[in-house]
Design a protein around this ligand. Structure first.
Ligand code: 6MZ
Length: 387
């Protein structure tokens, strides 16, 4: 595990609200409880996953939870999405979003993630005076608030302090040594599958406006049992025409037609690919679309039967582009280092292979060539100190 922590890593599939610390979620829930807005004791049970077995079913804020997932520690997809609804009730105000963003970046940096693509769904909440734009501004405020590490999130020379050049000159620093840690962060704005075409388009317009603050692309996510591909297609096509990168949650449930449609769209990356059939694999491999692999998430949501049967093995052996990611490190109690450890021990990969796997992820990031070059140098210098 120690080695998995010290190796530089690239995180390309992390949902902001899914990466929240349990302690922060409890803090925020307690504050709402003190104001009498929620029943803290019930929310606390869900957050800590410690419901007494005598309960088989219960309700928090009209969201019904089944005892099963709490008992087995496996959260079926539908339970996970109920949990997100609960998290959103607790987190969706400007200051909480700023706080979570700051903490999530610090957490990833502390385990030597050197490049983070953080995704989040811009939310509108009239009662809090929140628009999609002010939501994203709160996220940017969180990036600016990070003080324990150097964060480079503004592309090119528009940064007040050009951290890219600092990183270039410091590329030989040990990533886990005494020097200050540095992390590149880029943002993806997510379209939730519950949204309308107009709402999806609003998110794309916002992403375009926020490009100068490090927004590089669009993600399609949300409960895969909800919504239709055709609803998001106009916004996704527009995003691509405008030069934004697109990544899609693809094949998280069995839906052959949608998987074909998504692959035909040729996104720059896809996430998950759990319910692929022979023809989907063929199409994926011939198009060489990189896959964001989320091992713990797939196991916990019962999207793959066992870790040994995970499609990582086949894709890895086929030398298909792939990248290990956390998905929701808070919700699934994992970290990127832990995902590396699981991959190494389950699939019998040594340090050399794991290092290459991590370094190869550079090629699939949505940032520019300058960032890629800095990262390559960071990995080259880490290779010397890790061997
Ligand atoms: C699909 C997921 C997800 O956007 O509020 N999300 N969508 N599949 C998954 N696998 C488990 N995990 C998270 O972060 C939370 C949102 O990200 C999406 C869902 O829409 C969830 O509400 P943000 O920061």
């Amino acid at each position: 595990m120690e080695w998995c922590v010290s190796v530089p890593k690239i995180e390309l599939h992390a949902h902001l609200n899914g990466s929240i610390r349990d302690s922060t979620l409890l803090d925020l829930a307690r504050a709402l409880g003190d104001k009498g807005l929620i029943d803290f004791s019930q929310v606390e049970h869900v957050i800590l996953k410690r419901l007494s077995p005598i309960y088989t079913h219960f309700c928090v804020l009209k969201l019904e939870f089944d005892y099963g997932y709490l008992n087995t520690d496996n959260r079926s997809l539908s339970e996970v999405f109920k949990l997100f609804d609960l998290i959103h009730i607790v987190t969706t105000d400007h200051s909480s979003i700023t706080r979570i963003t700051k903490e999530v970046v610090e957490d990833f940096a502390s385990e030597n993630v050197v490049y983070l693509e953080l995704r989040t769904t811009p939310k509108k909440n009239d009662s809090l005076g929140m628009s999609k734009r002010s939501y994203v501004e709160a996220v940017l405020e969180g990036l600016r608030a990070v003080s324990s590490v150097d964060v480079a999130f503004i592309p090119n020379s528009e940064e007040p302090v050009n951290l890219s050049s600092t990183l270039l000159s410091d590329a030989s620093d040990k990533c886990n040594g005494n020097t200050r840690k540095k992390i590149f962060v880029r943002l993806l704005l997510s379209i939730d599958r519950r949204e309308t075409t107009e709402a999806a388009m609003e998110t794309v317009m916002l992403a375009l406006e926020m490009r100068r603050f490090g927004v590089v692309g669009i993600d399609l996510s949300g409960n895969p049992a909800v919504g239709e591909w055709i609803t998001y297609l106009p916004a996704l096509m527009f995003a691509r025409q405008q030069g934004l990168y697109v990544t899609l949650h693809c094949g998280e449930v069995s839906n052959s037609k949608e998987i074909h449609n998504m692959l035909d769209f040729l996104p720059q990356r896809i996430g998950h690919a759990c319910f692929f059939e022979e023809e989907h694999w063929r199409k994926l491999k011939s198009s060489n679309i990189p896959v964001e692999i989320c091992l713990t998430s797939n196991i916990r949501t019962l999207s793959v039967p066992t870790i040994d049967a995970h499609h990582f093995v086949d894709l890895y052996n086929a030398k298909h582009p792939l990248v290990l990611c956390t998905d929701d490190s808070g919700v699934f109690s994992t970290s990127l280092s832990n995902e590396y450890k699981i991959a190494a021990s389950t699939f019998g990969l040594g340090q050399k292979e794991m290092f290459e796997l991590s370094k190869n992820s550079i090629e699939f990031i949505f940032a520019d060539d300058v960032v890629k070059e800095v990262l390559r140098k960071t990995f080259d210098s880490a290779a010397k100190s890790l061997t």
